[in-house]
Design a protein around this ligand. Structure first.
Ligand SMILES: Nc1nc2c(c(=O)[nH]1)N[C@H]1C(S)=C(S)[C@@H](COP(=O)(O)OP(=O)(O)OC[C@H]3O[C@@H](n4cnc5c(=O)[nH]c(N)nc54)[C@H](O)[C@@H]3O)O[C@H]1N2
Ligand SMILES: Nc1nc2c(c(=O)[nH]1)N[C@H]1C(S)=C(S)[C@@H](COP(=O)(O)OP(=O)(O)OC[C@H]3O[C@@H](n4cnc5c(=O)[nH]c(N)nc54)[C@H](O)[C@@H]3O)O[C@H]1N2
Ligand code: SF4
Ligand SMILES: [Mo]
Length: 688
């Protein structure tokens, strides 16, 4: 390395694009145009120079031998993953003609499908939206992850806002509720560790004895989907012992009398029976929460993936107001901070291109049913074309047998923008090679902290890869030959110009971003210390009258899971993230795959023993929807009655060509129309 001239070695500041609350600032070392190392930026306080194992391996992913580096056209049967390379012109020309033909009949027969493969404003939600708005395609309800919790939080506080993550370091009690922080929000965990060193107590509330539970002082290992019952019993104890901040309740909350009456129906013994906990665990937690200041709750989305997930978030979100925790900057709750995002989304996405058209909205969480729907007068036309980017629905969406059957439809025209031949890309008619974060511009907010980050390209695009925004821009240029509306200048904006548009007329200074890579958004230290909730009443809405209009109970309640155990399917299955994957991303990176070994199902030793299953045995986990073959892990993390299939492997990695989503269903949460990944009953059998 010392032989190289200094000028050939550069360090480029970027941002981690992944769906992770931490949104780290990256420093990429580039030698002679090749990225050799990706590290955490020590100058960015939340990153603190530290990255997770996954993104530390980013060069392995970027230079992976399996990267798709040129446009591919299907050459075998649908779903076979057989392709031949074609030129960009041939691919985009044909795609434009196909989409135009469908749009002339009815543009709603075209469906964009994207999620958070990158969370960037430009590569995630800019030129693509302009393109589909101009086309008049069906709109997508992006519910697959967080909409139950987000809508529930908004119904209670008025927006996605909460404690600033750095102040958890000053808390004296932290409830880590439905989150395996060591896996999924490592940089929050660093603040929690600091608090622990300063004497704070850490309590984990999770059906799995996670890596995080191992490191907390207490662990309440409740049954999946029972969090609302626990929260109501905590309220019961706060009331009975008068551990309440009466002044805060009187001035800053709405519906206290009704909530109080509801909570008094939940003595700890009742909740203990529902949650599968000891009564004493609940009363001890209530005492700690009622008598420790400042007390903070780190809620995460793991606890809202069940039928009552929205109500559970509402119940938990009431707790800080009851004890006046919000008065202190190190007290309160954090689920998501994305409400402070300053971006000018309308300027990026140009919804006015829809004109007076009002296309239908289809829910991404039921993509299986959506693709299999024949279409009718009420529902609208059958989906004839789907354009997928930043997502791998065949692996990540629930009830994957139906999702795969939908994507396998011979008459469906499918375009997938990807880095790799994922399970979804295997079903494409065209696969278009997309750049990775090291190869393109982007700009990022965060849902875990409150900074804005700029991502500069560190290297030139690999092969013929183009960024998502450039691909939609080039596709628009081909469409313009068939429909002049696509010739408008807003389809030719560069990625860097789109980054500038994102923060134009906001408090964020683009030149400062260019210089430092990140900028702080001004936010109050203790956002609700004096009330000031963004709800219509300006109060924390325990009782929210507007929910009634949507057919939702106005007061938080416990709703049992859709799938409570039965004789045929006696085990509850949850499928939270594996530490070394990010959803289904990284599941094909060899060094990370080795760390996760193979698809596993964690079982309690008693549940294994009654089935004659030993550690490492091959097994089938099944229900009426399908079966998944994997191996038993008796690592002590599962509680009796609950099995854990850590996700998300690709289907094609599975011994029988499936992953855990073969077992999940498409019913939706109480609030937010989201999937119920962790509300799923199964049976398990040793494989002969
Ligand atoms: N390494 C890694 N990091 C990730 C991800 C990843 O795949 N891998 N995914 C990212 C994404 S997309 C998201 S949305 C975030 C958030 O990710 P989350 O979905 O919040 O995932 P975790 O933080 O792992 O927390 C899930 C925890 O909730 C527990 N849980 C399951 N059911 C229940 C329940 O009913 N009640 C309670 N109290 N707990 C329950 C699980 O056992 C698990 O330990 O993480 C992001 N970070
Ligand atoms: N059983 C079960 N299922 C789950 C979950 C669970 O806990 N259990 N978690 C759910 C959650 S929280 C979420 S958020 C979803 C996530 O589901 P997805 O959003 O689909 O996330 P990934 O599986 O990471 O797939 C993202 C894909 O985008 C691609 N990609 C990344 N960057 C770019 C880019 O710049 N351009 C293009 N064109 N492609 C790019 C990646 O290569 C990857 O294949 O999964 C959900 N599914
Ligand atoms: S995935 Fe999360 S922890 Fe890892 S580098 Fe990205 S933002 Fe940081
Ligand atoms: Mo997610």
């Amino acid at each position: 390395m010392s032989a190289l001239p200094d000028s050939a070695v550069t360090t480029v500041t970027g941002a981690c694009p992944h769906d992770c609350p931490d949104t780290c600032s990256l420093r990429t070392t580039v030698i002679n145009g090749v990225a050799t190392r990706v590290q955490g930026n020590a100058d960015h306080p939340h990153t603190g120079g530290v990255l997770c194992a996954k993104v530390s391996k980013y060069t392995e992913r970027t230079y992976h031998a399996d990267r798709v580096l040129q446009p591919l056209k299907r050459s075998g049967p649908k779903g076979s993953g057989q392709f031949t390379p074609v030129s960009w012109d041939e691919a985009l020309g044909d795609i434009a003609r196909r989409l135009h033909t469908i749009a002339q009949r009815n543009p709603e027969a075209i469906l964009p499908y994207s999620y958070a493969g990158t969370m960037g404003q430009v590569q995630g939600e800019s030129m693509d939206r302009r393109f589909f708005h101009q086309l008049g395609a069906s709109l997508l309800d992006r519910t697959i992850c967080a909409s139950a919790g987000s809508e529930a939080l908004t119904a209670t506080y008025g927006g996605k806002l909460g404690m600033r993550v750095e102040f958890f370091a000053e808390s004296q009690l932290i409830l880590i509720w439905g989150s395996n922080a060591i896996t999924s929000s490592l940089h929050f965990w660093r603040y929690a560790q600091e608090a622990k060193r300063n004497g704070a107590r850490l309590v984990c509330i999770d059906p799995r004895k996670s890596e995080t539970a191992d490191k907390c002082h207490e662990h309440l290992q409740l049954l999946p989907g029972t969090d609302a019952a626990l929260a109501l019993a905590l309220m019961h104890e706060l009331i009975r012992n008068d551990w309440l901040d009466h002044d805060y309740i009187a001035r800053h909350t709405l519906g206290w009398d009704a909530l109080k009456a509801r909570a008094l129906e939940w003595p700890p013994a009742r909740a203990a029976a529902v949650c599968g906990l000891q009564e004493a665990q609940i009363t001890a937690l209530a005492r700690a929460y009622g008598t420790t200041r400042p007390a903070a709750i780190r809620l995460n989305y793991g606890m809202q993936r069940a039928r009552g997930g929205g109500n559970a978030v509402r119940a938990i979100a009431c707790l800080p107001a009851l004890v006046g925790a919000w008065r202190h900057r190190a007290g309160g709750l954090l689920l998501s901070s994305s409400g402070v995002s300053p971006f000018n989304k309308a300027a990026l996405q140009l919804p006015q291109l829809l004109g007076d058209r009002r296309p239908r909205t289809l829910n991404m969480s039921t993509i299986g049913d959506v693709l299999l729907h024949p279409g009718d007068a009420h529902w609208g036309p059958q989906v004839e074309a789907v354009v997928v980017y930043n997502s791998n629905p065949v692996a990540v969406a629930p009830e994957s047998a139906k999702v795969a059957a939908g994507f396998a439809r011979e008459d469906l025209f499918t375009v997938v923008l990807e880095h790799f031949l994922t399970d979804t890309a295997d079903h494409a008619d065209y696969v278009l090679p997309a750049t990775t974060q090291l190869e393109h511009w982007d700009i990022h907010g965060s849902y875990g902290h409150t900074d804005v980050l700029l991502n500069r390209p560190a290297i030139a695009p690999e092969g013929q890869a183009r960024s998502n925004a450039q691909i939609f821009s080039a596709l628009a240029a081909h469409m313009a030959r068939l429909d002049p509306a696509f010739a408008a200048p807003h389809f030719q904006a560069s990625d860097e110009a789109l980054c500038r548009t994102a923060v134009a007329q906001t408090a964020v200074d683009f030149d400062a971003l260019l210089q430092h890579g990140f900028a702080r958004i001004p936010v109050a230290d203790a956002p609700f210390a004096e009330g000031g909730f963004a709800t219509p009443s300006g109060k924390c809405e325990f009782d929210n009258p507007l929910l009634a209009q949507r057919g939702i109970n106005t007061l938080p309640d416990y709703l049992p899971n859709y799938e409570t155990p039965t004789a045929a399917y006696p085990l509850a299955m949850i499928s939270p993230p594996a530490r070394n994957f990010l959803n289904s991303s990284f599941a094909n990176v060899a060094s990370l795959q080795r760390m996760e070994e193979r698809p596993l199902l964690e079982l309690h030793p008693d549940d294994a023993a009654t089935r004659g299953i030993a550690d490492g045995d091959a097994l089938r986990v099944f229900n009426a929807r399908g079966e998944h073959v994997c191996h038993a892990s008796l690592n002590g993390r599962a509680r009796a009655g609950v099995v854990v299939g850590l996700g998300l492997w690709w289907r094609k990695h599975g011994a029988n060509g499936t992953n855990v989503n073969e077992l999940t269903h498409q019913q939706l949460t109480d609030i937010g129309r989201a999937p119920c990944f962790y509300d799923c009953a199964v049976q398990v059998e040793r494989l002969a």
